[in-house]
Write a protein that binds this ligand. Structure first.
Ligand SMILES: Cc1cc2nc3c(=O)[nH]c(=O)nc-3n(C[C@H](O)[C@H](O)[C@H](O)COP(=O)(O)OP(=O)(O)OC[C@H]3O[C@@H](n4cnc5c(N)ncnc54)[C@H](O)[C@@H]3O)c2cc1C
Ligand code: SF4
Length: 471
């Protein structure tokens, strides 16, 4: 434990943000790192509660009290080792995880949670700064070849674990850069992309071969893959977006969120987008439909592009201001939250549904919405919103079936995701495994890391008869 009386003496204090006016002028991360003495003090609040619920609140079961104690004692390198024992990429989660661990923190029951996510980020950032994070080469090679399809957090975690177990891993990616939604979904202002590049470099040094711009099922057949490799893991994500089939949907100016976000991340990376394809919020009245992470990312990006106004619409009612802790703790509570992007200047409306879009000369100019009560339309409550750009951010329904999934003839679950359990991660097709959003549906980075690690252990055991990899 940190300091026995720490939680009595020290209040919760979290990392601050750059001022809105300053941060919206660029795409850089704006969370201000903790100073060393702040991390130590916040780690000291961890109260040795006996049954640390944060372990199970965290999907990778991070050993949180252990590293809280170690940073309090100034043993940073030991803290980093403990952190890496359960999480391949703490710098991703330390930046963008919603931190269900903090909801589960025992101190959160009648006080404020330990700032677990910020401490996690401080440990791993220090590890990179000090040069402690180096390639970890396997002690022996197994001569087994594994193909992993999809280089998001699930594919990257599986690849790193399997390469460290001595297997020859090739990671296929249809996009031109590795990282999945970390690269082309999540904006740079939430996570700058050098964080992915240096992990790719580390993994290459550990023996992982990255084959980007290779769409499996198109550029290479799945038959070739199953012939050439001893095992295949599908980590292709859940990329089919939910559409809004109302009158006017075909007007120019209405796009899926990912088309908008991917393009902007490419622009920030230095790519040129052909003028005819550009989707820009500059000077426009923007409507974002959907209240989740993707919607927030559309808001932050629109504001940075210089939108005239940004309005976010959510079909669900406004959640309560505070959770009922005795009822929901240690689980993730439903409560009103304001993301850093929403704080930057979006108007928000709840319990509203879109009836239609209106336009002029084939371009969207307005959106008709109606209020809902108990999920039903309130008669006469229709109203119009001005709209030059509409971004659909209503979630993703399942993975793309054409190509990879159909060719391999893997069975699907009732929601259209690739069917496999969380013990063996094996699909209905021999020697083909699956993990991450492709198996569980659209989720979180931390869940994909967990599934990638567990699938790696299952594949290692499948190939070698047993596995020393952690689950
Ligand atoms: C805009 C947005 C913001 C988000 N923000 C957050 C957040 O703040 N925090 C959080 O925890 N989660 C967030 N998420 C969710 C999170 O990004 C995903 O749950 C996570 O990335 C899923 O990881 P994955 O590895 O399973 O799949 P993905 O990250 O989707 O990666 C799959 C990869 O597979 C590739 N692929 C697919 N098919 C093929 C093929 N046939 N051949 C070759 N390659 C293929 C794809 O190109 C892609 O690169 C967000 C999601 C979106 C869309
Ligand atoms: S990965 Fe997420 S849930 Fe786990 S300790 Fe880090 S912030 Fe918490």
């Amino acid at each position: 434990m940190g300091k026995p009386t720490g939680f009595f003496e020290i209040s919760r204090h979290d990392r601050g943000y750059e001022k809105v006016a300053e941060r919206v002028g660029n795409y850089k991360e704006f969370v201000k790192p903790f100073a060393e003495d702040e991390v130590k003090a916040q780690g000291a609040r961890c109260m040795d509660c006996g049954i640390p619920f944060c372990h199970t609140g965290c999907p990778v079961n991070n050993l949180i009290p252990d590293w809280n104690h170690l940073v309090f004692k100034g043993r940073w390198r030991d803290a980093l080792n403990v952190l890496h024992s359960t999480n391949n990429f703490p710098e991703f989660t330390g930046r963008i995880c919603p931190a269900p661990c903090e909801a589960a923190c025992t101190l959160n029951f009648n006080d404020e949670a330990v700032t677990i996510k910020s401490i996690e980020c401080s440990i791993v950032d220090r590890g990179w700064d000090e040069g402690w994070i180096q390639p970890e080469l396997p002690l022996r090679k197994t001569n087994k070849k594994i193909a992993i399809v999809g280089s998001g957090p699930a594919g990257m975690a599986a690849a790193q674990q399997l390469a460290r177990a001595g297997h020859a891993v090739t990671l296929f990616e249809k996009d031109d850069r590795a990282g999945g939604l970390l690269r082309y979904g999540i904006p740079d202002f939430k996570m700058e992309k050098y964080t992915i590049d240096r992990r790719v470099k580390q993994m290459e040094a550990e023996g992982v071969t990255f084959r980007v711009s290779c769409n499996v099922g198109v550029d290479i057949t799945t038959a070739q893959l199953t012939k050439d490799f001893d095992a295949v893991i599908l980590t292709g994500g859940a990329q089919v977006p939910r559409d809004l089939p109302v009158p006017g949907r075909d007007l120019v100016g209405i796009y899926f969120a990912m088309d908008f976000l991917t393009q902007n991340n490419k622009r920030v990376a230095g790519d040129t987008i052909p003028a005819k394809d550009e989707i820009l919020a500059t000077g426009k009245d923007v409507i974002v439909i959907g209240g989740g992470d993707t919607g927030s990312d559309c808001i932050g990006t629109s504001i940075r592009q210089g939108a005239k106004s940004v309005t976010q619409l959510e079909i669900m009612p406004r959640p309560p201001e505070h959770e009922n802790k005795p009822l929901v703790w240690p689980y993730w509570p439903l409560k009103f939250r304001t993301s850093s992007s929403q704080e930057e200047g979006a108007a928000r409306d709840f319990a509203v549904a879109t009836k239609s879009f209106g336009g002029k000369d084939g371009k969207v100019t307005a959106q008709k919405v109606v209020r809902l009560e108990n999920g039903k339309e309130v008669p006469g409550s229709d109203f119009d919103l001005k709209a030059d750009l509409v971004l659909l951010a209503m979630g993703f329904i399942h993975p793309t079936h054409d190509g990879l999934v159909k060719d391999l003839q893997v069975k699907l679950d009732p929601r259209g995701n690739v069917l496999a359990d969380t013990l063996k991660y094996q699909t209905s097709t021999p020697k083909v495994f699956t993990a991450g959003d492709m198996r569980r549906g659209q989720s979180l980075v931390v869940w994909s890391i967990r599934e990638g690690r567990q699938a790696a252990q299952a594949v290692d055991a499948f190939l070698m008869g047993s596995s020393d990899l952690p689950r």
